[in-house]
Design a protein around this ligand. Structure first.
Ligand code: SF4
Length: 259
């Protein structure tokens, strides 16, 4: 099925289900996805190989200058200001070698040009065991980190980490944020390579909820696929089911929203 890559560093603003009018920042190369996961639902397509540090990353100065120009244009043209400046794009943004410095630059520009705009980072938290990455993520308004599953088996089938990362490693990283995080959880179902995949079943949502109670996030974003996926056979989960999952979280004392 068709997927797409962002072809520039700064994109949008686009209209986002979760982040309103969202000005995107893509820190990844524009030619291919770079990620530590290979999620079966990733709208940027499949991850084909190991992370290569020599990929063509945009430089820290390039990112800063392009964002500055875009914000100046928005103000000059009297366009509505973005609700969010969102780090998304072609893979995992924290892999950028200058991620920590770029966060400081973006905070500075936001404060200068649009102080009411929120800064959001979407990450899979794989390298959030690095204290510098963790501290950078804790500086932004919306530190949105992924946890889709409750079992190692489904972690390997849905998120498909490229290295020996275990689900418990990710949960451990998420706990280190001491509640300063939002969890995003993608729900999918389908029949892929001879396996039934469904993270909405009780056998998955029960250990997932137990992990969330250890992590104590500010909020859990519950959602399903809305675009093409790189793997055939995947279906969106109906909203009624997503609401049931969100209600389960609320009954356990967690804040949850369906998108
Ligand atoms: S973590 Fe995000 S970017 Fe990486 S494969 Fe999964 S959906 Fe795609």
């Amino acid at each position: 099925m068709s997927t797409f890559l962002f072809d520039r560093i700064i994109f949008g603003p686009v209209s986002s289900r979760r982040f309103g009018r969202s000005l995107g920042i893509n820190l990844l190369p524009t030619t291919h996805k770079v990620c530590t996961f290979n999620c079966i639902y990733c709208e940027c397509g499949l991850t084909f190989d190991e992370i290569d540090k020599n990929r063509e990353w945009p430089t820290r100065d390039e990112v800063k200058n392009k964002l500055k120009l875009r914000l100046e244009n928005i103000l000059r043209n009297n366009e509505p200001l973005p609700d969010n400046i969102t780090f998304a794009g072609n893979g995992e943004p924290t892999l950028h070698p200058a991620f920590v410095g770029i966060i400081d630059d973006v905070l500075e520009l936001r404060n200068q040009y649009c102080p009411r705009t929120r800064i959001t980072v979407l990450s899979n938290a794989t390298i959030a065991d690095n204290p510098l990455i963790r501290e950078a993520l804790m500086k932004v308004d919306n530190n949105v980190l992924k946890l889709d599953v409750g079992t190692e088996e489904l972690f390997r089938m849905i998120n498909r980490p490229l290295k020996a990362t275990k689900l418990e490693d990710i949960i451990h990283n998420l706990i280190q944020f001491k509640g300063q995080l939002i969890i995003q959880s993608m729900f999918v179902r389908g029949y892929i390579n001879g396996h039934i995949i469904d993270n909405t079943v009780v056998a998955e949502t029960t250990p997932w909820l137990e992990a969330l109670l250890r992590i104590k996030p500010k909020e859990v974003m519950v959602y399903s696929i809305a675009r093409d996926t790189p793997v055939d056979g995947l279906k969106p989960v109906p909203h009624t089911q997503l609401f049931r999952i969100a209600n389960m979280l609320r009954m356990a004392g967690l804040k949850a929203e369906v998108y």
